[in-house]
Design a binder for this molecule. Structure first.
Ligand code: GCW
Length: 651
């Protein structure tokens, strides 16, 4: 007997930790076919190890095999389509190397769920489906809630964890990641010019094995910072040449490099505006430099005035993206993708869909979600964001009679990553569902968030029906619960400035970030209709009218669009203020309900996981009570209107 070699890793494998199955179909005992590409070989390896973990010992067989088997048929090509079909009492997986990989993972997932003959034919909705890491070169992570970076510790690192990360991404359909923060500082600048070529190459090659492309964030003023030039003006020939030469060197050395991500003219970052140039002039100059190598440029639209005077009521941050970018539609090169946050402001628990998504008829756009829970509980609270992503992708922009949904008007999808080097990758064990779900949804935006949650639960925690039902229930309710005890009705921004955790109702009110609710003792909210900042006019006619009307505006967004008195009657007859009080009281109780539901799973889960999540719930409840009490107390003191139900408001 071979001695068993145990390799100790200090992290879990999340949903890839396949569990033993009591029964597996006969065909899982044999695999026929020897893929030639690296991705195809990875597919074979995943099947061999995955099936073994589930309890089958697949044998690699020759072409003439007549017994039931899994047949791998690799055909050349770079497309990602995967097919699984029945073949001689077994299954055949067909595709390019990448197709085989997606097919292999799909099959493993379906087998784990108890589906014996999962036939599947699928292509991803978007060619770019990626995660953006806000990892810094020193190993810290901006808005990171799961430990340190596993890509950097002073310089880039490639380890077994990099490989497992690539496996995780591929297994849920993702095909790219940008490894460094859009705020490029310190030695991260050097990713562009060389200091780290060897490390970068290793990371890139490890990711490539799983069909994951490497992207890097670059600073727009690199020609000054690294090239010793006096300017980064995009129309300056020396600047253009510097980018061309630098890109040529980098792309030649890193074959799996897909392109650059740029945050320009945003929150103090340099950009074309410094030189009186447009966003298109800036982006196109960079895009042209990388175009000969097939490079793509992801250009962020998070451009707004972050030095606003709160007394200035004319400027509305929500308008900024459209004001800057809508007039530039059609002016960007073909290899530019505009990266647009899902809402017009910044990843709040509820915002309307960014109107810019409806204005880009002739420009590639990429939606940017955030699974790092910056404003949604920082991975100490459970907040499953996939239903929100789905709502946004399904949203009708009302610009066209057909193909009008957001999902049909974007060309790519990304999310700010929620991972770090914590044992469980995402800090909160339940936060991994956001990573998995974002992957599945960006492959197929018609997927169902509740089904994704249930699938994730079975793959992660096993198939005990009570566990699946409870975990799915917790996940599916979590966003609304979080919204209720924090900032309901679209008001947003009552978090503590800087770290964005916990309540501070006036924390941002007299600051420079343009995120005001302007509450007085009489009214609260910003009027964004035509009589106010005019933001609603950035939507199509129908939506503009709907949002501008207090009656027709969806209630959950009422305070995003309108300034209203506290006694404004809500649809169910309660006053606006009473609704806010109630939401906070109920939100806390509902959070307690989620926590109690988890407690009932004791004995059914790995005790370490069970305890970790219980600890997180303890903190969630502490913080939910704080939100309830701080917001309600603040409103009570401001208005002197008591809670109709006479509950204790002062903590
Ligand atoms: O909301 C802000 C975050 C910043 C982030 C920025 C952005 C990377 O607080 O930490 O910077 O968004 O998206 O660029």
């Amino acid at each position: 007997m071979q001695p068993k070699v145990v390799i100790f890793v200090d992290y879990s494998l999340l949903w890839l930790d396949w569990r033993k199955k009591s029964e597996l179909p006969e065909y899982t005992k044999r695999i026929v076919g020897r893929p030639a590409t690296r991705q195809g070989k990875a597919a074979l390896r995943e099947l061999l190890s995955g099936l073994k973990a589930m309890g089958s010992e697949p044998e690699e067989c020759g072409k003439g095999e007549t017994r039931p088997a899994i047949h791998l048929t690799e055909h050349p090509g770079s497309d990602e389509k995967a097919t699984i079909r029945r073949c001689c009492d077994g299954l055949e997986i067909l595709g390019s190397g990448r197709g085989l990989l997606y097919g292999a993972f799909h099959l493993l997932r379906r087998l784990a769920l108890g589906d014996s003959f999962p036939e599947w034919e699928s292509s991803p909705a978007y060619p770019i489906r990626m995660l953006d890491h806000w990892d810094n070169a020193d190993g810290s992570i901006e808005r990171g809630y799961a430990g340190h970076s596993f890509f950097f510790n002073g310089k880039p690192v490639c380890s077994e964890r990099t490989r497992d990360y690539a496996r995780l991404l591929a297994s849920c359909g993702l095909n790219g990641c940008c490894i460094n923060n859009v705020n490029v500082h310190g030695s991260a600048l050097m990713l562009l010019t060389g200091g780290y070529q060897r490390e970068l190459k290793r990371i890139s090659s490890t990711l490539a094995e799983y069909g994951v492309s490497l992207w890097i964030s670059v600073s727009f003023s690199s020609p000054i910072e690294l090239g010793g030039l006096q300017t980064a003006d995009p129309l300056d020939p020396a600047v253009q040449q510097w980018w061309k030469d630098t890109s040529a060197r980098l792309f030649a050395e890193i074959p799996n490099l897909a392109g650059f991500l740029v945050k320009a003219d945003s929150e103090g970052r340099p950009g074309p505006h410094t030189y009186g140039r447009t966003q298109a002039e800036g982006a196109n100059m960079l895009a042209e430099a990388i175009e000969p190598f097939g490079g793509k440029l992801l250009w962020r639209c998070f451009v707004y005035n972050c030095t606003q005077d709160w007394r200035d009521t004319k400027t509305d941050r929500a308008r900024a993206q459209c004001d800057h970018f809508a007039p530039l539609d059609g002016k960007f090169r073909e290899n530019v993708y505009l990266q647009i946050k899902n809402g017009p402001v910044d990843f709040q628990i509820r915002e309307p869909v960014s109107p810019l998504l409806g204005h880009l008829e002739h420009t590639n756009s990429m939606i940017e979600f955030q699974i790092a829970q910056e404003y949604t509980g920082q991975q100490r609270h459970v907040c499953y964001l996939v239903p929100m992503f789905k709502e946004i992708l399904d949203f009708h922009l009302e610009h066209k009679p057909e193909r009008d949904k957001v999902s049909e008007n974007i060309s790519a999808a990304c999310a700010v990553s929620n991972t770090g080097d914590d044992f469980n990758w995402t800090g909160h064990d339940l936060a991994a569902a956001n990573l998995f779900g974002f992957g599945l949804l960006s492959w197929d935006p018609t997927a169902d968030p509740a089904e994704i949650a249930a699938e994730w639960s079975v793959l992660t925690f096993g198939d005990d029906p009570m566990v699946t039902e409870t975990v799915t229930g917790i996940l599916m309710r979590s966003r609304n619960v979080y919204e209720k005890y924090t900032v309901p009705l679209g008001i947003g921004w009552m978090c503590v400035p800087g770290n964005h955790y916990g309540p501070s109702p006036e924390g941002y009110e007299y600051d420079r970030w343009g995120t005001y609710h302007r509450a007085t003792h009489k009214e609260i909210g910003v009027e964004r209709g035509p009589g106010g900042t005019g933001f609603t006019e950035q939507y199509s006619t129908g939506l503009a009218a709907k949002y501008a009307s207090i009656e027709d505006c969806p209630e959950e967004l009422l305070l995003f669009f309108h300034r209203l008195p506290y006694d404004h009657p809500m649809k169910d007859g309660r006053t606006l203020l009473q609704r806010i009080y109630d939401d906070h009281f109920e939100g806390y109780e509902e959070a307690k309900g989620l926590s109690d539901a988890w407690d009932r799973l004791g004995g059914r889960l790995d005790p370490a996981v069970y305890d970790r999540v219980r600890d997180r719930f303890r903190e969630q409840l502490r913080c939910a009570a704080e939100w309830r009490d701080v917001i309600n107390t603040w409103l009570y003191r401001l208005t002197l209107i008591p809670d109709e139900k006479g509950r204790r408001i002062y903590p």
